[in-house]
Design a protein around this ligand. Structure first.
Ligand code: ADP
Ligand code: ADP
Length: 226
C-alpha cells in the first residue's frame, strides 16, 4: 500500500478575486522506501504539492490518502495524529525554536503526542545521535552552523519514527558542500532505515541523487522518471 497518494488533485488559490490553479489534476503515489525529488521552475506548484502530500492542506478537488486512508473521511484530530505518526517535515529555513536547545527542539513533536519527559529525552538524544550531533545536545540554534541546524531539523523530523520525510528545499539555505552532506544524511536514512524521502529542489545535482524525479510545470506533472 502507498505511504502517500494524491489522486487527480487540483488546488486553486483565490487572490483578490482571481483564481490561480496551482495544481491542475495531479496524481502521485509515494511507496514506502522511495527516494523522490520534485523539480520545476518557481511558481510551478512544487510547494503546493508537498503541502498536499503532507496533508497540511486540503485539495480543492481530488483525493488524498495517507497510509491508505482517505483524508476527507478523517476529523482534524484524526488527521493530525496520523500525520504526526507517519510524516516528518523538513523546511528550507529550518524552523527551529531559537531559545531552545537542540535536544528540546527535537523532542517537541513528542510533546504533542503525549509522550512522557524521560521517553522524549531518550528519543531526542537517539535521533540527534543518528544525525551525528550527539555532541551538540545543549547547543541552541545560533550556536550551530547552517548544516548542523538542518541536521537538528532532520532529527526532529525523525524523532516520531515516521515512514516518510517530506523536505521542502532542504539544501536551499546551505552552501553546495554542506548541501551535499545533508543529502548524504538523507540518503543514509533512506538506504539504512528505509525511510521514504520526498524532497523539493531547484538544484539539478541535488535532484540527481534521488532515485526518482518528478518534473512539475504550470501545475502539471511534465515527467516522472525513475
Ligand atoms: P513553487 O513551490 O513551485 O514555487 P507554489 O506551489 O508555491 O510553487 O505556487 C504555485 C502557484 O500558486 C504560484 O502561482 C503561486 O503564486 C500560487 N500560490 C501559492 N501559494 C499561494 C497562496 N497561499 N495564495 C495565493 N496563491 C498562492
Ligand atoms: P521559507 O524558507 O520561505 O520560510 P520553508 O521551506 O522554510 O520556506 O517553509 C515552507 C512553508 O512551510 C512555509 O509556508 C511555512 O509557513 C510552512 N511551515 C514551516 N514550518 C511548518 C510547520 N512546522 N508545520 C507546517 N507548516 C510549516
Amino acid at each position: 500500500e502507498p505511504a502517500l497518494e494524491a489522486v487527480d488533485v487540483t488546488r486553486t488559490y483565490t487572490m483578490d478575486g482571481v483564481d490561480v490553479e496551482a495544481l491542475r489534476g495531479v496524481s502521485v503515489r509515494i511507496d514506502p522506501g522511495e527516494f523522490v525529488a520534485i523539480l520545476g521552475p518557481s511558481g510551478s506548484g512544487k510547494s503546493t504539492l508537498m503541502h498536499l502530500l503532507g496533508c497540511l492542506d486540503r485539495p480543492t478537488r481530488g483525493l488524498l490518502r495517507i497510509g491508505g486512508k482517505d483524508v476527507a473521511t478523517l476529523t482534524e484530530t484524526e488527521l493530525a495524529e496520523l500525520r504526526n505518526s507517519q510524516i516528518g517535515f523538513v523546511f528550507q529555513s529550518f524552523h527551529l525554536l531559537a531559545r531552545t536547545s537542540a535536544r528540546e527542539n527535537v523532542a517537541l513533536p513528542l510533546v504533542y503526542r503525549g509522550i512522557g519527559r524521560g521517553e522524549r529525552r531518550r528519543r531526542a538524544i537517539s535521533a540527534l545521535d543518528t544525525v551525528g550531533l550527539a555532541h551538540r545536545l545543549d547547543h541552541r540554534p545560533s550556536q550551530l552552523s547552517g548544516g548542523e541546524q538542518q541536521r537538528v531539523a532532520i532529527a526532529r523530523a525523525l524523532v516520531g519514527d515516521p515512514g516518510v520525510v517530506l523536505a521542502d528545499e532542504p539544501t536551499g539555505n546551505l552552501d553546495t558542500r554542506t548541501g551535499h552532506e545533508v543529502m548524504d544524511l538523507l540518503e543514509r536514512l533512506n538506504t539504512e532505515q528505509g525511510v521514504a524521502i520526498v524532497l523539493v529542489t531547484h538544484e539539478p545535482d541535488v535532484a540527481e541523487r534521488a532515485r526518482r524525479q518528478i518534473h512539475i510545470r504550470d501545475g502539471l506533472i511534465e515527467r516522472d522518471v525513475s
